[in-house]
Design a protein around this ligand. Sequence first.
Ligand code: FES
Ligand code: FES
Length: 216
Amino acid sequence: MPDSTDFELSRRRLLIATAASAAAAAATKVSAQMPSNAQAAATGALPMMQVSFTVNGTARELTLDTRTTLLDALREHLHLTGTKKGCDHGQCGACTVIVDGQRINSCLTLAVMHEGGSITSIEGLGEPQDMHTMQAAFVKHDGYQCGYCTPGQICSAVAVLDEIKAGIPSHVSADLTARPQATALELRERMSGNICRCGAYSNIVDAMTEVAGRTA
Ligand code: FES
Ligand code: FES
């Protein structure tokens, strides 16, 4: 004759089996209701959009999920892998590109927001045989070690000198009415959004200082 312990164990097994089959049935129902990506695209359920912009002087047209960042559009769709993905959260600057003359973190902006825009990535600044002045200065001053942050640093550095030339003050500009100068303090402040884990900061400032036409 079964005792009360046997009865309790069988009851528990029955409850577990019932719960498992109910969960499996629910999962099957949900997956039957969820369209596959292909089905969703076919029915227009995915938020796709066309975007046209100029990248490094060439007109490009892409049909993208509207949630695609500019960084992913460059790297995954246009295969311009010079622009790096570091944090993907706007905290390291590795993804910096120049859009309509201004440096931005391409991981923090959607590609479809730049319809008609002009985008310059590191590939558009120069090539190994024909380097941009800033690229050549980074090489000369050892402004990198592993090089992962370097495309973002160089794009930022080019735009920073343009900002200074345009008279845009920074948080360390003592006199907001005076024309800012490319001092080491200004350069360091303006480049503070570009992190270098190899710590090449001093050499980066030297490279920028040379391009700015000043002596370090
Ligand atoms: Fe964009 Fe780090 S990858 S800021
Ligand atoms: Fe290595 Fe900057 S050169 S992270």
